[in-house]
Design a protein around this ligand. Structure first.
Ligand SMILES: [Zn+2]
Length: 419
């Protein structure tokens, strides 16, 4: 069982549009009222409970006009935000502003209240909404989120429950891939040496964005030109984001089709952003890309592996296994291995190590807890590439992975070849 969301563009009528805006506003209002109530409770009693929005309806009659489930979801969102805060995953919930927060509301499917009818989407309170179904909507509809972009477009994201995950039988290719996120120039580096050919949309757009922003700064506030340019900038950002998403989709599908085992590093993107790589992490959407590869790998019955975050992928030499301390300095991009003399590029070396890691993990997970053919104790080396290197002396052995990929493992230098 799995969940999947489908996003479609909707074209509401003027009346529907007004109601959508009203519901988005009401959801935000309820969220903020409940949050301020919680804060007050906490100050007075030392603890707080998120109340049901029902009590607000007596005072603010207009809340009765909108979809009540949307208001319930606003309450649920606040509860989630509180829980995350108590688990120390996020900061304390903040008030949602009309300007900056996401303009959307979510409603649930109760007794078939959300359904596709005559090529249109039936939504609670709104009735039939003109929708462009550019792809088929599979599964049982659970909920719908209606959102509005800054440039004034409307979308619906339909969450569905799928009785069985989508699986596409694809032939084994015998190829494996390691992907290292790169902060120097390219988006990511592949272990097969091919560059991603990443079109750096945001970087290219910097000049145009600067030009538009300069023009915008010169306009009089509240003038016609001011709003015109604001819209133009919003549209420009939307276009960039769509181009990037399109590239992510196509590239992730390509590698999911081409490789049997795909390994990414389990890099904490939040920390990377805090280290000053924020623009790159967020503008290029590496996390989103990794998520897409994971989903598509599962659909194509590929093995998707996230390397243990302590695995020193950029420190080990992929030829001899020597752990080079100078690589701890992130500024070192190219260097020679002191043990075997191989010239390394930091990112390519890391991606090759990730590929090896994936190949070994996909093997040892099958063999655990038995000893592998070569005598390594896979229970101890499971997911620990370093201990495999240290295990040393063992002859060449052939191991078959869970998806019938035959890998030659030669220790101690760990030359791994897919065949
Ligand atoms: Zn070396």
């Amino acid at each position: 069982m799995g969940f999947r969301a489908y996003k479609y563009r909707i074209y509401p009528t003027t009346q529907q549009l007004e109601l959508i805006d009203k519901t988005i506003g009401s959801s935000r209002f309820v969220y903020n009222m409940l949050l301020s109530d919680c804060k007050k409770q906490y100050e007075e009693t030392g603890h707080s409970v998120v109340k049901s929005p029902a009590y607000l309806k007596t005072e603010y009659e207009w809340l009765k006009e909108v979809d009540s489930l949307a208001l319930c979801n606003a309450q649920m969102n606040l509860k989630t935000a509180y829980n995350k805060f108590f688990k120390k995953e996020t900061n304390f919930p903040v008030f949602h502003s009309k300007k900056n927060s996401r303009q959307s509301y979510t409603t649930n499917n109760v007794n078939n209240s959300i359904r596709i009818e005559n090529g249109k989407l039936k939504l609670p309170k709104l009735g039939l909404v003109k929708t462009v179904f550019h792809r088929y909507c599979y599964g049982k509809i659970k909920s719908a989120t209606i959102s509005k972009t800054k440039s004034g477009k409307y979308y619906v994201s339909i969450l569905t429950e799928q009785s069985r995950p989508k699986i596409i039988e694809s032939e084994m290719t015998g190829k494996t891939l390691g992907v290292d996120m790169s902060f120097h120039g390219d988006f990511a580096v592949y272990s097969d040496g091919k560059i991603t050919n990443f079109p750096n949309y945001y970087l290219k757009a910097q000049r145009e964005l600067a030009r538009l922003n300069r023009k915008f700064a010169r306009t009089k506030p509240d003038s016609k030109n001011h709003y015109k340019l604001k819209l133009r900038i919003a549209r420009y950002y939307e276009k960039l984001s769509n181009q990037l998403k399109d590239w992510h989709e196509k590239e992730s599908l390509r590698i999911a089709k081409e490789f049997d085992v795909i390994t990414f590093e389990d890099i904490n993107l939040k920390i990377m952003a805090q280290m000053g790589h924020g623009k790159k992490v967020f503008n290029n959407g590496f996390g989103r890309f990794r998520g897409l590869v994971e989903r598509k790998s599962n659909e194509h019955l590929r093995e998707f592996i996230k390397a243990n975050k302590w695995f020193p992928s950029s420190q080990i030499c992929n030829v001899c296994g020597f752990r080079n301390p100078i690589t701890k300095n992130l500024q070192v991009l190219n260097y020679d291995c002191p043990k075997c003399g191989t010239r390394h590029n930091r990112d390519i070396n890391a991606s090759k190590n990730l590929r090896l890691y994936g190949e070994i993990v996909s093997v040892t997970e099958v063999l655990t807890p038995k000893k592998s053919a070569c005598g390594w104790d896979c229970k101890t080396c499971k997911k620990e590439f370093c201990s495999l290197i240290q295990a040393g002396s063992c002859e060449t052995s052939k191991i078959v992975t869970s998806n019938n990929l035959v890998i030659q493992v030669t220790s101690p230098c760990l030359q791994v070849e897919g065949s």
